[in-house]
Design a protein around this ligand. Sequence first.
Ligand SMILES: Cc1cc2nc3c(=O)[nH]c(=O)nc-3n(C[C@H](O)[C@H](O)[C@H](O)COP(=O)(O)OP(=O)(O)OC[C@H]3O[C@@H](n4cnc5c(N)ncnc54)[C@H](O)[C@@H]3O)c2cc1C
Length: 395
Amino acid sequence: MTRTRIVIAGAGIGGLTAAAALGGDHDIEIYERADAVRGLTGSGLTIWGNAVAALGRIGLGETVQELGAPLESQLVVTETGGPLSESPIGRLQREHADMGVGARRQALLDMLLRAAGPERVRYRRRVTGYRETPEGVTVLLDGGAEVHADILIGADGLRSVVRGQLLGDGDPEPLKHMVWRGISDSAAHYPVGTVLMVYGRQATRMVAWAVDDDSVCWSIARNGAPARNSLSANDLKDQLRTFIRGFPEANQHILESTPPERLLRSDLFARRRLDRLVAGRVALLGDAGHAMPTVFGQGACMAIEDAVVLADSLAAEGPEAGLKEYERRRMPRLRWVREQVFKVSQFQEWESPLLVTMRNTVMRTMPASRQEAMWRTMFSFDVGRPAGERADAAG
Ligand SMILES: Cc1cc2nc3c(=O)[nH]c(=O)nc-3n(C[C@H](O)[C@H](O)[C@H](O)COP(=O)(O)OP(=O)(O)OC[C@H]3O[C@@H](n4cnc5c(N)ncnc54)[C@H](O)[C@@H]3O)c2cc1C
């Protein structure tokens, strides 16, 4: 087998998973603009069963499950604790994929870095563009250096330089809401195993899940345009207290037990369109290809799925045809997931009492079977090979 030279732009979740999935059969270099592989302090993730199943295909399924706490059920309530919906996500994940976990972002990144091969990452090296050549692709780095490769994978996140050149579609679009997040130092009063979502007044919503026995990762979202945060850490915490006044005790407690210096505020952006992931010898994955709102916590999970499918497609078809095959396999899945995410993101932004009452009534009365059907599809990871090949691979 000829070794393919692969350059990956970005050592985030997608780029590292791609390197791990491609394994030792290729010559891989990862260029990362930062000086380390870093998850922001106070940031945790839901790593759903579909992503665990994808990681399972590259031998990391059990390791990722050991990073955090299982996601057994999802409960959505109003700010006074009135139930809106409850989903047995643990059972559904076991039936359709593997058990998902809540984990710290840094723990996931550390695991992926070990699997990718730390020696493959070149830090403080920013990719600035690329040039396609008859033999492959020349990747341009800051400082004027160039590296030659057979393919370039753009895993450089929301404001991807590789995407900028490949699609030329400008900046991502700001969403109508922003988030504050943190990880508490105590899980007292919190129903561990539950993803708890509270829909409050003025479209304030808080979602939380445990990442271990003593820590709960949470985020509070409110409508508003991106803005500079001028508050001190303590004032920020006071502001968040007012946002969730009247919310269930578990929510108040996790905010209280999060040190102010570990609070994070983020403006949110997304890419509305998804037309392509590949052109010639260049492919996009993760947020570079399809950044979306954080509803359902599937962004990183999709980056993981992308990476595993990309590696599988390259193994099956070789460099150029493999990239086309990757795009062909990923598009239907990504389109479906994004459709759910954008739809629910819009419902969550509703503030008018009439619309809120309507939404809550729909949620309370929706048949469990409909909800479950949505979750089943969400959790089902399929590498996407034709059925015959899948049977061969299983054998
Ligand atoms: C508040 C919030 C909560 C979220 N919660 C969840 C969740 O619970 N579950 C989930 O699945 N997803 C979640 N997501 C989404 C998830 O964070 C992203 O989808 C995921 O990080 C995308 O991974 P990535 O590797 O594509 O990009 P990134 O994580 O952004 O990594 C890109 C990497 O590329 C590097 N880079 C950028 N430009 C260059 C360049 N020009 N040259 C070299 N390197 C470069 C960056 O430094 C970075 O290391 C959340 C997102 C937000 C904002």
